[in-house]
Design a protein around this ligand. Structure first.
Ligand SMILES: Nc1ncnc2c1ncn2[C@@H]1O[C@H](COP(=O)(O)OP(=O)(O)OP(=O)(O)O)[C@@H](O)[C@H]1O
Ligand SMILES: [Mg+2]
Length: 233
């Protein structure tokens, strides 16, 4: 579904990603782990067309995304959920969700799917989003992306600002999406224990390059991963 080949991206004149190779299969959930400044957001923003690479290729479903504007990629089903969520705080839950379907019209089926995944959003569908808790806003952000039936969902640190219990709840929803099938997810995360639970495979990004990758189970046992990301000595 997603292929990234020898990708270089510069920001502010400095090279932020170098020779990154990565792929995500159809229906797969893959994690991108790495500490602050490793380049996770840069990679996600390049895949969804918000940044242009200086070298390399990115394809989704066999078609290049390089040079294609972000709104066109959104129409092709590539949806990015930024860590800061970018919701419309003065609008209700229902209206925020409806805007996620744009340019298509929001259907009742899609609303039902999102409300089925997040029952709390159904209860609060008329509430103005700016008055909701961080965890509830995260549900709206993911729900909004799902309103368009995306083929590739890019989630940037979905646990940002969430207490541990809510972070686990967010990941329980991602696991439900995974089990429901039909959706391909690349997610950036610093809460590595959670990411490795939900993702089948992961890539470790350090200083803009992939230093390790493999099935989540084997990465969890890697001494380098345990020391740097899982808090084991
Ligand atoms: N507009 C910019 N100008 C210059 N440097 C930038 C710009 N945006 C990002 N960078 C640099 O690029 C590097 C990668 O940033 P990026 O946001 O991709 O990291 P990240 O892995 O998402 O980090 P975090 O976990 O903190 O979100 C950092 O060193 C950052 O300072
Ligand atoms: Mg980031």
């Amino acid at each position: 579904m997603l292929r990234v080949d020898r990708l270089d991206v510069e920001r502010g004149g400095a090279r932020v990603l170098h020779a990154v190779d990565l792929h995500v299969g159809d229906g797969e959930v893959v994690a991108l782990i790495g500490s602050n400044g490793a380049g996770k957001t840069t990679l996600l923003r390049t895949v969804c067309g918000l940044l242009a690479p200086t070298q390399g290729e990115v394809t989704v479903g066999g078609r290049s995304v390089v040079g294609v504007p972000a709104f066109e990629l959104a129409r092709r089903g590539i949806r990015y959920v930024p860590a800061e969520r970018r919701l419309f705080p003065a609008l209700s839950v229902r209206d925020n969700l409806a805007l996620g379907a744009y340019p298509a019209r929001p259907t009742r089926d899609r609303h039902e799917l999102v409300f089925g995944l997040f029952p709390r959003l159904r209860e609060r569908r008329s509430q103005v989003v700016g008055t909701m808790s961080g965890g509830e806003q995260q549900m709206v952000a993911i729900g909004r992306a799902l309103m368009s039936s995306p083929r590739l969902l890019l989630l940037d640190e979905p646990t940002t600002g969430l207490a541990p219990a809510l972070a686990e709840e967010a990941y329980a929803v991602i696991a439900r999406l995974r089990d429901a099938g039909g959706l391909t997810v690349l997610l950036a995360e610093q809460q590595v224990h959670l990411a490795l639970e939900v993702a089948a495979r992961a890539y470790v990004l350090e200083g803009g390059t992939v230093t390790m990758d493999g099935p989540s189970g084997s990465l969890r046992d890697e001494p380098g991963v345990r020391r740097a990301y899982l808090g084991f000595a």
